[in-house]
Design a protein around this ligand. Structure first.
Ligand code: KIV
Length: 276
């Protein structure tokens, strides 16, 4: 389906309803935005993963609103007809609803169609506040990188009945709050399937199994060019289980992204080896 950003909410819902997998990829600049759009990527995510893959930081915590605005503008310039999601960085939506609205509006003005915020709980009210004021929202649940310190590292979430129920309830409440997408990171595939079957909202998985409504990967993981934070040796880095290097198979960046899109669409990616 060729998605027009203006109709993005309806188009994404229709893709879930017709069981067409949504292919999402992170993107931070105009050149890759153009290549990714031409390769058939449905949604570009200007992720705060840029803190790691572009700035060389240990985590996403020092990414700022000016960083996100700059990269969102770059991506929007390169892919004017593709749906763009921009991450709300750490500290840009937690203080007050008004603060969240003001920052979300800046990302929309920079070219995003949807803003993404992390965590359930109290953030469900923030998501509802934004949606009621005309800002489309993607809710990021499961492993939420901005809480990496609270979560004690990069760990799979929702392994116990209690935590699985909490993530499911958060997803249901986010869906009822009117979010456009629920992104599930590093949760058991069975839990992601259960959530996908329980809500009308499309789900996007990363390390969440093949049964989500779509998938997302970090561009640098897809190209096999992320080797960990700047100050460590590449040999000290082990790519996450959910990452797949699509460039290794054919040597062309364009073809690697086309292959990723195809693998998402025909549900050969993620395979069991990329899931929990
Ligand atoms: O920031 C990001 O790139 C993300 C993906 C890992 C989903 O949130």
């Amino acid at each position: 389906m060729l998605l027009q950003p203006i109709h993005h909410l309806v188009a994404l819902e229709q893709m879930k309803a017709s069981d067409e997998a949504i292919a999402m990829l992170t993107c931070y600049d105009a050149s890759f935005a153009k290549i990714s759009a031409a390769a058939g990527v449905d949604v570009l995510l200007v992720g705060d993963s840029l803190g790691m893959v572009l700035k060389g930081a240990e985590n996403t915590l020092d990414v700022t609103m000016p960083d996100m605005i700059y990269h969102t503008k770059c991506v929007a310039a390169g892919a004017p007809n593709t749906i763009i999601i921009a991450d709300m960085p750490f500290g840009s939506y937690e203080y007050s609803y008004q603060d969240a609205l003001q920052n979300a509006q800046q990302l929309i003005a920079a070219g995003a169609h949807i803003v993404k915020l992390e965590a359930g709980g109290e953030m469900i009210n923030t998501a509802r506040y934004l949606v009621e004021r005309g800002i489309p929202v993607c809710a990021h649940l499961g492993f939420t990188p901005q809480s990496v310190q609270q979560l004690g590292g990069y760990k799979i979430q929702g392994r116990t009945d209690e935590t699985a129920q909490k993530i499911t309830q958060d997803a249901i409440k986010m869906s009822q709050a009117g979010v456009s997408l629920v992104l599930l990171e590093m949760v058991p595939a069975s839990l992601a399937k259960h959530i996908t079957d329980s809500i009308p909202t499309p789900t996007i998985g990363i390390g969440a199994g093949v049964d989500c409504s779509g998938q997302v990967l970090v561009l640098q993981d897809l190209l096999g060019i992320y080797t960990g934070v700047a100050h460590k040796k590449p040999s000290e880095y082990k790519a996450p289980r959910f990452a797949k290097n699509f460039l290794r198979e054919n040597g062309s960046i364009q073809q690697a992204i086309v292959d990723y899109v195809q693998a998402v669409k025909n549900r050969t990616f993620p395979a069991l080896e990329h899931s929990y």
